[in-house]
Design a protein around this ligand. Sequence first.
Ligand code: ZN
Length: 154
Amino acid sequence: MEAILSTPNIVEAEQILAALGQADIEARIIEDNGTFISASGNIVNYRIMVNDGDADAAKRIASDYRARNKATETMPWCPECGSEDVSESVVRHKHGSIWFLVLAPIMLVVGFFSPPFFFWLFTAGAVLFIIQYFIGYKTHRYHCNKCHHIFKRY
Ligand SMILES: [Zn+2]
């Protein structure tokens, strides 16, 4: 028997096992808790074992599975037509929300007339509101290449 991969993700291990089964490759999962990481914590690795002769084919199936899984993880489906053919664009917003910036001085005024604890709370909040405006933020947009629907990830 040969280990073709080791993963802490049992769901992934079981799905790869199922994919191997479909390709008529005999495989099994062995819990690998002999590593030093698991001695100190709760990370258990699952090793997938196959017969020596099947190792190359099994590795290919496992890496195919991982590549496919990674693709669906990073790229969502189009909510309109269900197409997977989407492209991603990152929209960089130079400024954060203007409303929070407007709120900041109001919070400072309210804080000024409040007991000390709330004074510091409101002051800290106002400072954060001001900072977020100047830092800005990023949003990811997706464009469906099939129906040209533009959507955000949910
Ligand atoms: Zn679409």
